[in-house]
Design a binder for this molecule. Sequence first.
Ligand SMILES: Nc1nc2c(ncn2[C@@H]2O[C@H](COP(=O)(O)OP(=O)(O)O)[C@@H](O)[C@H]2O)c(=O)[nH]1
Ligand SMILES: [Mg+2]
Length: 246
Amino acid sequence: MYKNHRISLVMPCYNEEHGLPEVYRDLDLNIVDEVIAVDNNSTDRTAEVAQRFGARVIRETRQGYGAAYKTGLRAATGDIIVTMDADGTYPRNFIPILLDVMIDEGFDFITCDRTGHKDKPSNWLRVFGNDVLNFFIWILFWFRVRDSQSGMWVFRRWVLMHLSLTSDGMAFSEELKLEAMSKKKIIRANELPIYYKERHGVSKLRIWRDGFYNLFFLFRKRFGLLGSAPPLVDPDDPNLQKRGNA
Ligand SMILES: Nc1nc2c(ncn2[C@@H]2O[C@H](COP(=O)(O)OP(=O)(O)O)[C@@H](O)[C@H]2O)c(=O)[nH]1
Ligand SMILES: [Mg+2]
């Protein structure tokens, strides 16, 4: 619990037996009530390692970052959901800070921005690709985001009630931001800087393929070609904190 809020951490995991121990090395389990590791057809010991650390392991056989996230987010029971890759890159020690900002300043959705951390171990192609996608989000949707591909988000679970998340792939990350940050009347959103660390284990990103797919996805989303997807939470769930009682 953190300031009377139940906290769920959700991580998509595809062959992360080396990344998970790093996440748990400094994860504060006094803050996080529930850890959900979504095992996405891993061929290594991901499920076993996650279980050993006490995570709730859920299997998702549809391959993909978005498919894994959808299953994990549906299963989460916290009032606030925190997400990150299961590779040790995102700072676990920022969780209480981000929760403070969310709770004390009244935000509903925070996405984390890695771009200010100039020392980050990222190659130029990734940085360039991210910038291109940020630029097209600006052109197509008229709002600025500094790190459209970031995978660390902190948000109140009820936010999911208002989002149509269609992507099963890597575009899930940008789609979540587009959906949450464009609903200004309902969702108070913010983007905050974090630092970023070297990955443990092998990256699953296929830079060119995922980059072009994510760009194409933005156009399809903009021109309404993706339809809509049902929300990942049940609005009638009695445990779902809504604004006002949150
Ligand atoms: N790319 C990809 N990542 C997946 C999949 N299923 C789960 N993941 C997880 O999604 C997270 C992001 O992938 P990662 O390889 O770290 O991408 P990167 O951060 O861009 O290098 C990791 O925790 C992966 O284990 C999948 O099918 N594809
Ligand atoms: Mg990663």
